[in-house]
Ligand binder design. Structure first.
Ligand code: 5GP
Length: 238
């Protein structure tokens, strides 16, 4: 397998073509951005830690029947993935009120939700990922209602699996952002699974162990990401 040209460079990752048209290489950068790239910085070794975290979580999900784009880790910063047509919808699942939901509902952060909540946003940096619903997705042709039913069902399954997974390592999965793509006609989980895209709180202290430490200038960013890796490595992918 040979690495070929750069296909796309995003805020946290670079995608490269390979000599196999069905496979791409996902490279994890240390760059961190927040608030639609208004805030920029570097989290030292974030790329290495997010590659490792994503590898273990994708493997865990595959072991539990969730189809993902993950094929294998290639080195510290790169993983081989199935090439997908990304569906431009960010799916957010929530278990505890935080972030934009706290603002929208006028609720305090930390209030548990009686049931998981699924939200959809249009994946557009230019527009700041606006909140949308199934009617917009259907009318704009971003995904069919059938595809969205599959995506929502998979999202709730992933959420339930990961709530339990993280509970085993004394972490609360507050919320997370998922992205899906189509590969050979099948909907599969894409992107990355790490503290950049999930809110993870220590279950004993409620201390934040995710990108909110960068967004909110809370310090100990690298240490928190490393602690997530340490706990996930101890839990493994079974
Ligand atoms: P919120 O809507 O509260 O800002 O975010 C909810 C969850 O989705 C958080 O775990 C957050 O990290 C994740 N999320 C939502 N949008 C984005 C995004 O554009 N980039 C990243 N990295 N995470 C996002």
């Amino acid at each position: 397998m040979e690495k070929r040209e750069k296909l796309y460079e995003g805020k946290a990752k670079i995608l490269y073509a390979t000599d196999d048209p069905n496979l791409i290489i996902q490279y994890f950068k240390d760059d961190a951005t927040a608030f639609n790239a208004e805030k920029k910085g570097t989290i030292i070794n974030k790329g290495i830690m997010n590659n490792r975290t994503s590898e273990i979580i994708f493997n865990f999900l595959e072991n539990h029947g969730v189809p993902t784009h993950f094929v294998k880790k290639l080195n510290d910063r790169e993983m081989l993935c199935k090439k997908v047509q990304i569906i431009p919808v960010e799916v957010i699942t929530r278990n505890i009120v935080a972030g934009s939901l706290a603002k929208r509902l006028g609720s305090e952060e930390g209030v548990p939700l009686a049931k998981p909540v699924v939200e959809h946003c249009y994946k557009s940096d230019a527009l700041g990922d606006p909140f949308i619903n199934i009617y917009h997705i259907d009318a704009m042709g971003w995904a069919t209602r059938e595809q969205m039913a599959t995506i929502d069902e998979l999202s709730l399954k992933i959420n339930a699996l990961l709530v339990n997974y993280y509970r085993d390592i004394n972490i609360k999965l507050v919320d997370m952002k998922l992205e899906f793509g189509v590969h050979k006609g099948q909907i599969i989980l894409a992107d990355e699974m790490c503290p950049d895209t999930s809110r993870l709180w220590d279950a004993t202290t409620n201390e934040k162990m995710d990108k909110d430490r960068f967004r909110r200038d809370l310090g100990k960013i690298e240490e928190s990401y490393a602690e997530v890796v340490r706990r996930i490595e101890s839990r493994g992918n079974k």
